[in-house]
Ligand binder design. Structure first.
Ligand SMILES: Cc1cc2nc3c(=O)[nH]c(=O)nc-3n(C[C@H](O)[C@H](O)[C@H](O)COP(=O)(O)OP(=O)(O)OC[C@H]3O[C@@H](n4cnc5c(N)ncnc54)[C@H](O)[C@@H]3O)c2cc1C
Ligand code: HEM
Length: 395
């Protein structure tokens, strides 16, 4: 586990002025988390020990080897709780997360056990720092978050429209390069996602390990979803998908999540910035916009380490010739094999070109790329409210 996985997300929108009680709560959480941080592996171990002791049935949600889980849930929980001072950003995410968690068919006692295990594991590692005031702060934050998720799940249940999860069958799997696969899945039941959203996915080769993937196409009436999956070094799920997916495999999906979208009505120009497979949700949005002739002027800055990694470029160029509202600008970090290419990271490219002060901006890609690019956009004077990206609650 690396430290960056639990570092704060960049401060985007200035948070709505939080009431004093919330400020105190957050200060207590932040202060004690800084104490607990060096012991996070101990916190993680103690969390799972307590959770499975308090709720043996919760063990079934996790993989046989907890090594593969690698503390993801407890890290995600702490990350979410540290955002309670940003309700405008957090509440929509929690509502989506609550709907996503319906895939586990949780009982309220599971939420209680997770809360108790989290507080118990922090207390175990914090010793004298764990005062009644600190305990109250973590408990209140957890209660707020858990309630928002459970309410959203209950609302979805009451609507009776969405299943707790979706299934689909792989109809196509081919490699776009040695470490990248295109996978097409035919859903068994319509999924109401918006182009640009992502879903959590469970594949048969890696039971009970859920990963976020972004459909690369706008919703289709035939229910087909296209995914681009890159195998990462040491990756449990991505390597299994790229190396071992077969037509006929059944994939399971949680409810759609994410905030990437274009407001066509605003008529403001759009800047899209994509790195790696972060092009997938951007391609879905472009696919969706392609249904209209009249779209905002859109610039896509598409970056990768090497030219060959810009796997979607030909398709995007060909789309832009018949859709003049779209301009595609490729950038690569390493130009040794393509000296004519524009050399830059996406963060450098946004400062080289621009200004972007009139644009609605979408950023999509690996967490580090989003963080660097957003930081640079803010530095050159873009207002936080102009920028959209999905929060990295996990890694
Ligand atoms: C909102 C969102 C949308 C996503 N959409 C896609 C998508 O469309 N296509 C896709 O291929 N992936 C996508 N991802 C990434 C995906 O969810 C997984 O994180 C990724 O496939 C790695 O999972 P794994 O199980 O193979 O690796 P893990 O076993 O979880 O991790 C193994 C090692 O790889 C490192 N690692 C994890 N992810 C990355 C990464 N992206 N780059 C480099 N190192 C990494 C970890 O820190 C760890 O050291 C998305 C992630 C998010 C948050
Ligand atoms: C306030 C309560 C909770 C919050 C904020 C929360 C948050 C999250 C987040 C952000 C993820 C990551 C999504 C992903 O990348 O897969 C996640 C995954 C998960 N959560 Fe929760 N969760 C909560 C409650 C629970 C409960 C009660 C359980 C069950 C006991 C649970 C079990 C899981 C599991 C099994 C995963 C998938 C982990 C993986 O395979 O990577 N969560 N949760």
């Amino acid at each position: 586990m690396t430290d960056s996985l639990i570092s704060p997300v960049p401060e985007l929108a200035p948070p709505r002025k939080a009431p004093q009680a919330v400020t105190d709560l957050v200060e207590n959480i932040e202060r004690t988390w800084q104490f607990a941080r060096p012991y996070r592996e101990e916190v993680e171990q103690e969390f799972y020990r307590l959770l499975f002791h308090l709720s043996p049935s919760a063990r079934e949600f996790f993989p046989v080897s907890m090594q593969a889980e690698n503390g993801r849930v407890v890290r995600a929980l702490i990350r979410v709780l540290r955002l309670v001072h940003r309700p405008d950003d957090l509440v929509p995410v929690l509502r989506q997360l609550g709907r996503d968690h319906r895939k586990f068919e949780l009982h309220p006692s599971h939420y209680e056990a997770v809360g108790t295990a989290l507080l118990g594991s922090l207390k175990h590692c914090l010793g004298a720092v764990w005062t009644p005031e600190v305990e109250r702060a973590w408990a209140e934050a957890y209660t707020l978050v858990a309630r928002a998720m459970q309410d959203a799940a209950a609302d979805a249940e009451a609507d009776g429209v969405e299943p707790p999860y979706w299934t689909g069958t792989v109809s196509e799997h081919h490699r776009l390069s040695w470490d990248l696969a295109l996978v097409r899945v035919e859903l068994d039941q319509a999924m109401p996602y918006r182009a640009g959203q992502y879903v959590t996915v469970e594949v048969p080769q890696r039971p009970r390990l859920w990963r976020c993937l972004s459909p690369a196409n706008a919703p289709r009436t035939d229910g087909s979803l296209e995914f681009h999956v890159r195998a990462v070094d040491g990756g449990w799920v991505s390597r299994a998908i790229v190396g071992h997916t077969q037509p006929g495999d059944v994939w399971k999906f949680g409810a759609p999540m994410g905030c990437l979208q274009v407001d066509r009505e605003s008529r403001r120009p759009v800047l899209m910035i994509a790195g790696g497979t972060g092009i997938a949700p951007i391609q879905a949005i472009i696919d969706d916009l392609g249904r209209w002739v009249d779209n905002p002027e859109t610039t896509l800055l598409y970056g990768a380490r090497h030219w060959d990694d810009l796997y979607a470029l030909d398709r995007l160029y060909s789309f832009s010739t018949s859709n003049p509202w779209l301009t595609v600008w490729p950038v690569v970090e390493d130009t040794s094999s393509t000296p004519d290419a524009e050399q830059a990271t996406t963060a450098e490219a946004v400062t080289r070109w621009g200004p972007w002060t009139e644009h609605d901006i979408l950023v999509s890609g690996p967490a580090a790329m989003i963080e660097a690019t957003v930081t640079e956009l803010l530095r050159v004077g873009v207002h936080p409210s102009q920028i959209r990206y999905d929060p990295f609650l996990t890694a």
